[in-house]
Ligand binder design. Structure first.
Ligand code: HEC
Ligand code: HEC
Length: 453
């Protein structure tokens, strides 16, 4: 019997406690919740490509959704984030995290991992969304997207908690209610306030030591990020703020529609497996291997010197054996198609002609990849913006962003830091910078085309 589960949850009308584990759906072999079929890469694997056999074995989709790669020792044992979520009433510390607060921080709940009684309780307004015990029950059902808890025995309070790629790179379709629905892998979660969630941790000593900041200053940095943003370089270069005083965190990008693209991240840090290993080991703090002599540069990456992030070795290595499967799955995720009624089709057809012609967009955004085949990197001066973020990366340039599925990443704005609130702002920027001389109607058509991608 869970220590507090039955009583609290029955009283709150949420009935998952007893059945959570047994009803947890194993969806790793099913169709994705969003209707995408099994990754085609695995069909290739079945035909005996030795590199892809490893992919088949490990199943990249479940790696993407559920694998913490051993980072629970960091987020759990070291930072004790699970104790802040549980709250003192459930063996943790502080008030605990209620589902309402979790949803407000942008965390998402995968409805397909909840049993019918729970779904009905939420639908009927009978689930107690003001009780941290309900959050613990959702965690035990493995239904909080990108957060995976570990348990000892039947306790409802986790012994540790870890994060997965889906934490930042998935959202839900809000089918049940806002924040609760079917999973949408690789959509950026532009609601997720990563910094505020990390700042909940009872101790942040490793970050304080790495960045040489006291607790208050570090928490100020974390709270400066805001929804949909994360700074994947601050623990290498220590630059938490831009020269204008705004956060140096970037928007979480789309992780779909990337097959065929050579370089990844806004500043082209490397190939997909390079970046995957980088994030897993140096950002999620997983147990893995990461080697990157570019980071062994005391002037550019002083924090990486202290953390030794240019050469990390862990035993066991829980990341490297999964890189092939993870990549195969990511490459299989296509960008979503905008609903036909979400843009003006006639205007979009005119916009395409401009995109490929007068507006010169396709010289960099080459269809159908919408980035350059080859080495798609540009100096800041080529696109008319400052070079702050570019200079934080090894190459010192910005990568041409693939443009498919723009319609699901409008929240938070466009460009790496969301400096352009709307597509109209983006087009106006290019019109001015490239002196395109577009009329108001042509700008409109171009925007409709972007919405159709
Ligand atoms: C805490 C949030 C967070 C987590 C967790 C996370 N990412 Fe990311 N991801 C980001 C951010 C922010 C960027 C952009 C970084 C930049 O450009 O400097 C990014 C960039 C990427 C890109 C590049 C996309 C492009 O446009 O080329 C890929 C691919 C990616 N992440 C995959 C992963 C994988 C795989 C995992 C799990 C191993 C993961 N990420 C975990 C936040 C996250
Ligand atoms: C010289 C190469 C180049 C040309 C020409 C160019 N772009 Fe870009 N584009 C880029 C780069 C590089 C970025 C990434 C900027 C950043 O993130 O700060 C980008 C980003 C974008 C984005 C933002 C995507 C996102 O998710 O944040 C849009 C939209 C876009 N471009 C549309 C256009 C349109 C429309 C045109 C033609 C008017 C155009 N681009 C011309 C290189 C180019």
């Amino acid at each position: 019997m869970p220590r507090f589960g039955g009583g609290v949850l029955a009283a709150s009308g949420l009935l998952i406690a007893a059945s959570a584990c047994s009803t947890l759906k194993n969806d790793s072999s099913a169709q994705s919740a969003d209707g995408r079929s099994r990754p085609s890469a695995f069909a290739v694997a079945a035909e005996g490509n030795p590199a892809a056999t490893a992919a088949n074995h490990n199943d990249g989709q479940s790696v993407f959704r559920d694998d913490t790669f051993g980072d629970e020792y960091f987020w759990g044992d070291t930072l004790q984030l699970h104790l802040a979520i549980a709250g003192s009433a459930h063996g943790g510390v502080g008030p605990g995290l209620t589902p309402k607060q979790a949803l407000a921080a942008g965390l998402k709940v995968d409805v397909d991992r909840l049993d019918k009684a729970t779904v009905d309780a939420i639908r009927g307004g009978k689930a107690n969304l003001d009780d941290p015990a309900t959050t613990l029950a959702l965690l035990k059902a493995n239904a909080v997207v990108g957060v995976h808890a570990y348990y000892s025995g039947t306790s409802m309070t986790p012994t540790r908690i870890g994060i997965t790629c889906a934490f930042c790179h998935s959202t839900v379709n809000d089918a049940l209610t806002k924040g609760i629905g079917s999973r949408l892998d690789a959509y950026p979660n532009r609601d997720l306030n990563v910094g505020a969630i990390v700042a909940m941790a009872p101790t942040l000593t490793p970050f304080e030591q790495a960045l040489k900041l006291d607790s208050a200053a570090l928490r100020k940095v974390l709270h400066s990020w805001g929804p949909g943003r994360f700074d994947a370089e601050v623990n290498q270069d220590g630059k938490a703020f831009r020269p204008d005083g705004k956060t140096a965190a970037t928007l979480i990008p789309a992780a779909f529609g990337l097959a065929g693209a050579n370089l990844h991240t806004y500043t082209g840090w490397g190939s997909m497996p390079q970046w995957n290993a980088y994030v897993a080991v140096t950002q999620m703090h997983a147990k893995g291997t990461y080697f990157d002599p570019r980071l062994n540069d005391p002037a550019k990456f002083p924090v990486a010197q202290r953390t030794h992030f240019y050469d990390v070795r862990s035993t066991p290595d829980l990341v490297t054996p999964k890189l092939a499967a993870l990549q195969a799955y990511q490459l299989s995720i296509e960008a979503p198609t905008p609903p036909a009624n979400s843009y003006d089709q006639a205007a979009a057809s005119r916009g395409k002609i401009l995109f490929d012609g007068k507006a010169t967009c396709s010289r960099c955004h080459v269809p159908p990849l919408f980035t350059e085949p080859g080495w798609p990197m540009h100096k800041a001066s080529e696109i008319g913006i400052d070079d702050f973020q570019a200079m934080r990366s090894p190459d010192g340039r910005y990568r041409t962003t693939p443009l498919k599925g723009l319609f699901v990443r409008a929240k938070g704005g466009f460009y790496h830091d969301g400096r352009f609130a709307t597509l109209d702002d983006v087009v106006n920027h290019y019109d001015g910078f490239f002196k395109l001389g577009l009329t108001a109607e042509q700008k409109h058509d171009l925007v409709e085309y972007l919405k159709s991608l």
